[in-house]
Design a protein around this ligand. Sequence first.
Ligand code: DPP
Ligand code: ZN
Length: 874
Amino acid sequence: PQTIYLSDYKVPAYLVDHVDLRFELFEHGARVHSILTVRRNPQSDDVGAPLVLDGDRLVLESLALNGTPLDGDQYEDRGDQLVVADVPEQFQLSVVTWIEPQNNTRLEGLYKSSGMFCTQCEAEGFRCITFFPDRPDVMARFRTRIEADRSAYPVLLSNGNDIDRGDLPDGRHFVTWEDPFPKPCYLFALVAGDLVEKRDSFRTRSGRDIDLRMYVEPRNADKCAHALDSLKRAMRWDEEVYGREYDLDIFMIVAVDDFNMGAMENKGLNIFNSSCVLASQDTATDAAYQRIEAIVAHEYFHNWSGNRVTCRDWFQLSLKEGFTVFRDSQFSADMGSATVKRIEDVTLLRTAQFAEDAGPMAHPVRPSSYIEISNFYTLTIYEKGAEVVRMLHNLLGPELFRKGSDLYFERHDGQAVTTDDFVRAMEDASGRDLSQFRLWYEQAGTPVLTVRDEFDADRGVYRLTVEQTLPDTPGQTDKKPHHIPFALGLLDRRGQPLPLRLADDDTEAPTERMLELTERAHTFEFHGLAECPVPSLLRNFSAPVRLNYPWTREQLLFLMSHDPDGFNRWDAGQRLAVDVIQSLVGAPRDTQVEPRLVTAYRHLICDASLDQALVAKMLQLPSEAYLIELADEADVPAIHQARERVLKHLAISLRDELVACYRRNAQDSAYDLSPLAIARRSLRNTALAWLLAINDEEGRALAVRQFRDADNMTDRIGALRALVNSDYEDDRNQALASFYQRYQDDPQVVEQWFSVQAASDRAGQLPQIRALLTHPAFDWKNPNKVRAVVGAFAGQNLAAFHQVDGSGYDFLAEQVCRLDDSNPQIAARLVTPLTRWRKFAPAYRERMRAALERIRDKPSLSRDVYEVVHKSLA
Ligand code: DPP
Ligand code: ZN
């Protein structure tokens, strides 16, 4: 396979102004008629270049230029490209292709999912539909006519406005859609199915009424309200916070069961993975409700950050994704608890993105090469990309940042641009020099900040030295220092914030500062201090870095209860727990568990005056995945045991407090989704999980009762999970059976049922995982099912996956190979846990590498898996 380089970028030789599409949809295939209105690009110096169109697995039926059919010697069909050598300055090209959506298991382009036709064109799926310059800097106006059987496909949708519809012979009908906004073909969408429509409306700030329509299969008609409400909140929020108003008259959402991604922001016609949009009290957890709200908002926000202003090429993917993730995280923070949202984002970043950044697939936020672009929809592009935008927000402050985003949208509306254009808009609006900041887009790897401090009691000066280093990553060494916003505060011994005087005469000093690091090392002196303060560093995680400071357990305990920054209060607790667990990894059995950890947790559980949402988060011990990420040479069973030991020690020591906590937080009013109600459900389910981890009989009775009586999915699956992870084998099996019995007709709930088992070291050992793969509800063609079993096993059930005989790795390799031919995108995703092989203790490492080699040696490996495996082994 070929590597594509950013440095090879050339403007397109031809532009397409208009696309006229006609789809004839049948059960045995689809005929796609396309008429492209093309002209030479005046910006291109490639004069006389042939017209080159992309295509993938297409059967070309006919080709005509300005109405005249072309002979075989006037064009060349190279399989992945259609080349027409002699074309005039302007012309119309008519192309007819034949495709087979019913056999499309890759779920790219046009395919069928539970009886409906749907599309996924980002990044390069449109070329699976018809020949086209499939690149985001070619923006065209689309008109789309869809023809299909009327009774099987009463609903026919595409982008924009429906301008015509009618009947055709043989029980068929058509609808024509026109999208007035020029767009790249990756934003094209089509849906045809027997769907019910849920309607709502939204009045924009300028007084236009927007028709909101959601389309789902009839059985899901009662699961649309949350998505539609979320959509309206997102529309209002984007007007208020970014000044962005919706532009078409209709906004549509469709739920599809078989979908590679979470959702897709097609212009005016967002298509969602059912699991990211459908919700009811009985079937969706609190986490799912929040995820749906965030994803609906994310896709909606793309209408400006992605669609109106799009990417010049796929190296710029983070231009739209990083910015849009930042926007949706701001939105979620505004809708619920901002601190909790920050904790969740940072947890994901530190656990998974830092791991990616330290592994063989490490790449900059703006990569400079790729083999398969689908492999670059990564945590780095999305989550680190969002952190980079957040740092701009931190450096500029909210007003200048808004000025910058206004300028960006105004300057580039209707254009396909680069991350550099985004930074320039921020620069021009703020007057700040961001040239060093741009390195965040170019350099891969997570910076490490090492902080030292000393107190000069005689002068009352506290001196803080911050050094930054940037690790080497594949293809990048000797990197330059980053421009880093570093927020901090200092506390006195009673926990009061101290003024941060950077000079002696600093009288009105603030108690929190956003320092800026630009050199390899900085020393800051804080004056006028009577005692040595406790530093609160990198508040609210002001930059995506690893922070090293020699915290004492005393300091961490102090910050856990005193830091005014909620995020840092949580982080102090995490650091303490990490320190305690790490000290037990491989330690003798009789090593004591830090008693002050128990005291601190007792305080969290018992003090009902604390912010319960924050407490619910603080009670979550650092995950095994995070502990592995922090280890130099991870010994997974030892980490697993040490973590279990701490958890059980806490549960035994705090047994009565946990029961009291459970009872105090029992459901006492109607189900609602307020942050407090969510926190209380989280607390009672944590209490249950801990009690069952120590085989507590009362806990077991509470779990069985909660499982039976719950009026919502959070509580029902919380009890199920606790039982599944307990030693009560009969209860576990009974609960699993009754849960399945109740929800077997609901694919989204069955997915949860699969993953509860696959992620559990009790119910998800290899033989049980293999049994799940042959369960009647399992379906290799459905990515959610594959993720729920294979993904959850390898990604969450770490002690079971990391068997010293390598059986877990062999299993994963087998499933990757099995999926590679039918759905290479998902297959490549599944490889991820193996890519980290260098991170593990030698016995494991070698077997992980052997599994990668087994995948490498599979005949006819897809480009997707090829890239991940070869880069991992390099
Ligand atoms: N569907 C993906 C997202 O919205 C790709 N655009 O992030
Ligand atoms: Zn996105």
